[in-house]
Design a protein around this ligand. Sequence first.
Ligand SMILES: [Zn+2]
Length: 474
Amino acid sequence: MTTPISHTGQLLSRAVTFQFALDPNAQQRILLAKCAGARRFTVNRHLARVKVNLDARSAERESLGEGGDSSEPSTPSLSWAAFSFINEFNAWKNGESEDSPVNDDGTRGLAWRHELPGDVFECASVDAARALENFSASRRGERSGTSVGFPRFQARGKVTPSFRLRNRATPGRAPSNQSIRFTDHAHLRLPRFGPVKLFGPTRKVRRMIDAGRFHVYSATLTQRAGRWTVSLTGVATELHQAERSRTSRHAVPVGVDRGIISLCVAADANGVPFESFEGVKILREAQRTLKATNQTLARTTPGSQGRQRAKSRLAKTHRKVASTRRHLVHQASRALVTRAQVLVIEDLNVAGMVRNRHLARSISDAAMGELSRQLLYKARWHGVEVRVVDRYFPSSKTCSGCGAVRNDLDLSTRTYSCGACGLVIDRDLNAAINLARWRPKAPPSSLYSLIPQGSAPRSTREEPIVTRTTITAA
Ligand SMILES: [Zn+2]
């Protein structure tokens, strides 16, 4: 794939997402809900057709198997390719296929199709095809990780209302000719919606678009706890060379550990504290509000109005905690990738990680998960190396002064004191120093991305620099 070039002639090779909260008017709000419904409808229709086809074929195969004949079932298999899904659905909704719906006035096709941007149906078809592809890859054993079952049907009220619209323009087109574009500082134009008001500072992204440094591929609209947000996903230019090779960067590797009082603590391999990032206190308060809201909910009668109120309040609090955490973590990750040259973090990306009952620890666990995700993709932007240490590396239990390992350290111990050399040091700082000193035992055997699929702007060009070796538990 060639790297797209913007209308100002710049190479767009960095996957980027910008997110804004929306303030839609009453009409737009209705349209948003309709689009999310249409997406569910489309995905479900594809899944249902495939399911019927699979069931028919497997029933046939069974009856053939009894007769000792192993020939193919006579029911042809359906194509799960995205383009076949799009074509099939378009023909069906436009009244061109045999099973197209017939309306009261005698016309054929989906009556409400013209009210919505056609892209809603097409993107939903692509999503259904992708979900089925994951399922079949998993069945063939080609997919690592937990096995994927047949995609779930999208039940109303059970799935997060969401849909996607593509920008009907190639990167080389001027921004004013694009179907998804900013009309002013507070309005984003979307096909069929017109300008939708949005919150937040848009100056940076608008300037990037105008200068040809960012091109929007698609807009994903999602409703969480009553609030609609838009994520603009696209490609941007690499950061300026000066940004990527800052001479002022910290020359020694910096270890980053989850803190208990602060979100995370960073220190370098020389044992010098680098920085600690606050935020646990804010999140702990939010967690308390969450608990109180939960209790209020438990005291309400099912089906009552009070129950509804308590439910929406709980959802709002959840949303707030999540966005506060994201915000704090963005600040920390940005500070780290702009100031360090080599970062060392623990691998928290382990399926079935032990749930921690210590509240503050679980807060910073959650934040560290998000922090490593952000560090990995931002590190690539800034040309920073990230070393991921196996989680069995005893970073907390090792003395950063003499290397002795204490096995009797529990979470309540805030200070590390060494019986061998007498060092007394803050527990999190000690762990961060140990991480910073970690060296891969063997030369990096594989370079690969630890970014979870679909959750982060994914690299379009190169993988982030990640070194990893396995260390046996001490
Ligand atoms: Zn010691």
